[in-house]
Structure formats: C-alpha cells, structure tokens
Ligand binder design. Structure first.
Ligand SMILES: Cc1cc2nc3c(=O)[nH]c(=O)nc-3n(C[C@H](O)[C@H](O)[C@H](O)COP(=O)(O)OP(=O)(O)OC[C@H]3O[C@@H](n4cnc5c(N)ncnc54)[C@H](O)[C@@H]3O)c2cc1C
Ligand code: FES
Length: 271
C-alpha cells in the first residue's frame, strides 16, 4: 500500500486569482507519468503541523531530461492549503504519487462532455489535453461545462479553450456566463447527447455530482472524480470510504484514495 515519497522543489507558486494558486514543482525523473484523474498527497518537508498530507489533483505534467515538472492548481480553504499558498520558490515538499487506481478512461464515443465545478477543472483539463495531444481527439468533439459561484472562481479557462471546441460557462450569481448551476446548463442540452455516443466526465462538489446522478440514466457512460477528506491517501485508514454498488448491485464500500478517486456515476450509492 505504501507509495514512494518524492522530494519536490517548488519552482513557482503564484496566486492567479484571489485564493487560487498555481504551483509548479520539480520532481526527480523516477516519478511515474500520471493518468488523468490521479492525484498526489503533498506536505511540506519536515513540517509536523499539519502532519497529514493534502490530496491535490495533477493539473499538468511534463518530463525533461533529468527531472519532471508538475503543476497543481489549488484553492485555499483551510490550514493545509494556506501553508501551501505561502511556499516560495525553492521550498521543499514531500509528494507521494501518482495515487489512485481509478482514473478517467479514454472514450470511444463521438461526443465528449466535461462538467466541472470550480477547482474540479484541474483533473478534467489535464484529461482534455491528453485526449487532444496523445490520442488525437478533435477539439470539436469536446464540450466543457464550467461552473463557479461567481466570476472570481472561474479559473483555468485559457487552458480549456486550447483543447475544447465548445465551452459553456455558468455562475451562480450571473457575474459571468449563464446565471445557472452548471448541472442545470448541462441538463438543458442533455437531449443533444445520444447516450450511445457520449462519454461524460465530471469533477466538483458532492451536491453537483449528486445532481448529475439524478438526471442521467444508466445508459450514459459517466465517470466522476470524488473529493473526500483523506488521511493516508493509500488505502490504509479507510477514512475516505464511500458507499458503492458492487458488480451484483449489492452495497459495498470503496476507498476514494485507492479504488478511486474516479468512479462510474451509476455505481455510487447516495446515503
Ligand atoms: C482526489 C482529490 C483531489 C483534489 N484535488 C484538488 C485540487 O486539484 N485543488 C484543490 O484546491 N483541492 C483539491 N482537493 C481538495 C483538497 O484536498 C482540500 O481542499 C484540502 O485537503 C483542504 O485542506 P486544508 O487543510 O486547507 O483544509 P481543512 O482545514 O482540512 O478543511 C477546510 C475546509 O475544507 C473542507 N475540505 C477539506 N478537505 C476536503 C476535501 N478533500 N474535499 C472537500 N472538502 C474538503 C473541510 O470540510 C473544511 O470545510 C482534492 C481532494 C481530493 C480527495
Ligand atoms: S485516505 Fe486512508 S484509506 Fe483513503
């Protein structure tokens, strides 16, 4: 269960929008190429408070001759992320990863739909980039629905514009794009998407994922990345367990960190 821990060096940590940071970390060349949807556990080297690492999705990854470079896009919500936000160039971080057995699956369908709430854009935009650059999917096939509470929370759009031909932006307060919840905007278009020829990928807060589950029948292929609080990140503490259906439709529990964080929407049991 244990994963290698790598020492990374922060090469950039910029507040790109109030409380949203883009951190670039240089890692040793042994770091394995991540699959979109996988994440890392990160903590500051030598710091014991907070002791636990924090899970953050991999936003971008590239490999150089002698090292690797990874970007993390994060929002300051509490103690751990506030400390990460304060790191300067040259700071050392302990990173374990890439973590998670469940990652986004390459679609066979003609239509590819992404639905992101806020910081949920991070793993989905890496996936959109990989589909364009590595499996040559056309940007015209990809539609990205991005929602946030207000215009301030819409981050990462430039990158999505590079890879997705259709982008629908929504805010709860109407300060940018449609004044609607992102799930409502998607629901309005749902009839356009043939379940036999559409693959849907979503990441965002639990209520957003739950709303999607209420509007998509099981015919649709839909994978979602779940954000649970995590302690160990490697399947040892069971602190991140969520209720799921097994292959026989019986209720079971799966660990978001090791079995996920990406699951099929139809398998989630809403308690
Ligand atoms: C697989 C995975 C990938 C993630 N990727 C990203 C990412 O790319 N960028 C990013 O900004 N955040 C991401 N998160 C969420 C991030 O891990 C939490 O925001 C972070 O751990 C909070 O730590 P903290 O010490 O700052 O906050 P805390 O002081 O621990 O908590 C502050 C508040 O945030 C809530 N919170 C804490 N952890 C989570 C969580 N895991 N999910 C939802 N709410 C939480 C708490 O309930 C509390 O209200 C991801 C989480 C998971 C599980
Ligand atoms: S965080 Fe420990 S099992 Fe998932």
């Amino acid at each position: 269960m244990a994963k290698d821990i790598y020492m990374g060096e922060v090469s950039r940590n910029e507040e790109i929008r109030k409380d949203f940071f883009l951190m670039k970390v240089t890692l040793p060349s042994g770091f394995v190429e991540p699959m979109p949807g996988q994440f890392v556990m990160i903590r500051i080297a030598g710091l014991n408070d907070p002791f636990l690492s924090r899970p953050i999705s991999i936003y971008s990854f590239s490999r150089g001759r002698s090292n690797c470079s990874m970007e993390l896009l994060f929002r300051v919500v509490g103690k751990g992320t506030r400390i990460l936000a304060g790191l300067i160039k040259g700071s050392l971080v302990e990173i374990s990863g890439p973590l998670g057995e469940g990652h986004f699956a390459i679609p066979k369908a003609g239509n590819i739909v992404f639905i992101a709430g806020g910081i949920g854009i991070a793993p989905l935009s890496l996936f959109a980039e990989n589909l364009c650059r590595k499996v040559c999917r056309s940007s015209d096939a990809m539609t990205f629905y991005l929602g946030a509470q207000s215009a301030d929370g819409l981050i990462g759009l430039n990158r999505v514009h590079k890879y997705c031909g259709n982008i629908i932006v929504c805010t709860d307060d109407g300060s940018a794009g449609m004044k609607a919840l992102v799930t409502k905007a998607f629901q309005k278009d749902l009839k356009k998407y043939d379940p036999m020829d559409t693959a849907i990928y979503a990441c965002g807060p639990r209520p957003m994922i739950r709303a999607l589950s209420g509007m998509l029948d099981a015919e649709y292929f839909c994978q979602v990345s779940l954000e649970e609080r995590m302690a160990c990140g490697v399947g040892a503490c069971v602190g991140c367990a969520v209720a799921m259906k097994d292959d026989l439709g019986q209720k079971t529990y799966k660990r978001v960190c090791s079995d996920g964080p990406v699951f099929e929407l139809k398998d989630i049991v809403w308690e």
